[in-house]
Write a protein that binds this ligand. Sequence first.
Ligand code: MOS
Length: 777
Amino acid sequence: MSAVTIAEVVGTATEVVGTARDRVDGRLKAMGAATYPIDVTLPGLAHAVLVQSTVTNGRIRHIAVDAAEEAPGVLAVITHVNAPALARGPTTAPGRPSPLPPLQSDVVLHYGQHVAMVVAETREQAQAATALIEVTYQPDTPVLAYDDPRASRVSHPWTPDHVRGDVRRALAAADVQVNATYTTAENTNNPIGLFATVALWDGDALTVHDTTQWPQHVRDSLAAAFGVDSGGVRVLAPFVGGAFGAGLRVWPHVPLAALGARVTKRPVKLVLTRAQMFTSVGHRPTSIQQLSLGASRDGQLTAIEHVSTSSIGMSDEMINLITTGTIDAYACPNISTRASQVRQSIPTPGWMRAPGEAEGSFTLESVIDELSYAVGIDPIDLRVKNHAHVHPESGLPWSSNALLDCYRQGAERFGWSARNPKPRSMRNGGQLVGYGMARAALFAYQPPCKAIASIRRDGTVFVSSSATDIGTGTYTVMTMLAAECLGVPIERVQSGLGDSAMPMAPMQGGSGLTGALGNAVQAACVDLVRTFLNRVSGDEVSPIRGCRLEDITVRDGGIQITDDPARFETYADILTRHGLNEITIEAESAPPGETASATMVPRGGRFVPFTTPSTGGRAHAGAFAAHFVEVHVDPDLGTIRVARVVSAVDGGRILNPKTARSQIIGGIVGGIGMALLEKTVSDRTGRVVTTSLADYVVAANADVRDIDVLFVGQPDSMTPIGTKGVGELAMLGMPAAIANAVYHATGTRVRSLPISIEKVLGHESSKSEPSRTGISQ
Ligand code: MOS
């Protein structure tokens, strides 16, 4: 990988925030000292292993468990016959994260559904006993196709049909029309850490270690499932071995682990196998999308119609935002989007890194590329021409938008000007060379979040919240925010996450946690400094008595009068003199509100007034990016190599360029996988046949060459810390940028992910290709 410049960070780079920092938990992880859920062990621990349905649809006629119950070490065998009623988890702001609770009837809705659980003294004994369980099914014909007449179609209430202007009329009147159908494959999250749950009951109190992105929701779901008080349920996930969205729902194995512990009165550990991960913790469902563009001959967009259909389980509700990003993507007066889901006998889908948005942006950004050839305009120029200078739906100015800088600076860094626009015109030795690009944008999302901050008498600081760090760097940036706001060396700040007993926090999802948690941490720390000032306001001995936030500078673990460096006092001295062990403040951050609100924010040790604009006056922008990709395609073999990537990113204020860059690289690598490699395959009967990382191929080191990330833009004006989420951003547009580069290299437009060798060589059977494709002019 080439050296990456991170000096482009614009804004309020001060000593801590805005500087590239190592992860505060990096050493712990490198030493193997970070405890992931799978590492948890407890005295008297028993082990649970699951039996999963081998049929796709039907009923369990009989389930023979006698031999398993008699097997060595077995403590319990639980099936739908003897399982107690388990209630479904609550509905939350992002929908209903809990699928149907397990073992509640003889009905089988999908392959891999849990039908029995063995709890034994050892995992090996439990595993051996599962082989003795005989399940007799009465199979039914599964629904596996979108056009199956038995497949019911649903629309999620949160993705209603969206209309702006009159798209039909605009399409009919357009000089140029592009109509195309795109499809995306099923993808499965494959974090290296296998999902694990360890449960321990003490009366009606339950402690659970779980692979989750949302401890408090797991707590609430388990409390609901077992009908116990959520105050007695504690969920711990201080480290999560990757999740990418798979940890956003409370999957059926979680209450099963708790059930095993309740039945056996032992702590129980349940670890999914890699094969079980393909059916038990969600997947990115397949999609079919029709997209029509209308434009003037000079490339001005006049109409966009985007219709998506994706698959969903037989009894599930899950929002899938395939068409959402299209609405605000370009300055186009006529828009129509529709999203529906077709029920199929498939394992329950879940959210997977940029869920829906990744699929939708693949289609939109590919079709924009198709339009660029139809009108003979450079893909960047076409996007610049249709840039949304204001929010297209509301007409409001953006809270921040440096997308044009992303295009400009990214193109320059990439060397886009060397591109010959003609497909199949560039070569490197025997390889066809293609340059492709795409735009990316993710919605702004900031759910409410609380955090506490304490300063202790020994001069250390503790900040915490119940959110998780799924490897994104949350511990690190919250530590940095606290250190800077309090003027305390970063080494003296400890941070706590991943404990449902800590302050209220949302899921680590939707790229929204840094904004939600960061603003809460900062608010708590500002309030903490103010509390210290109040504490000494009448303190005759204090050199800083009678000062306001405006008058001070924080440094070296204390407070100084800005104009008089001699007037300085440490927090520890104040606490000691006042006989206090610590001062703790809790604060809550809220999504930007209807009305503007004033606050104080830290800037380089000082505190300055800051006004959050109202949502009525400004459109809250998410992050933007432009990806530039060079591919090398072997003309004979059809192999595709992503030779290099340049991504220019407007992530607002970048708190830590090192971890933010890692986030972007992660998204790019995920995008390479989605574009070229990843596909969960099921057979004709609905059995998932990709069960390992040998069958399901993710991008590995050999697939990832040269990635260059540059940050452009300014702090976003909408929140005090000025960030925009970068967790999912880079997934968006990457598959399209690659597909566009493949088209430029080969002249073959692949409208179906993943872009396999067969598709590039044109050998893919026409059946799997969408029927209604092509450019009409
Ligand atoms: Mo992400 S799919 O919101 O973890």
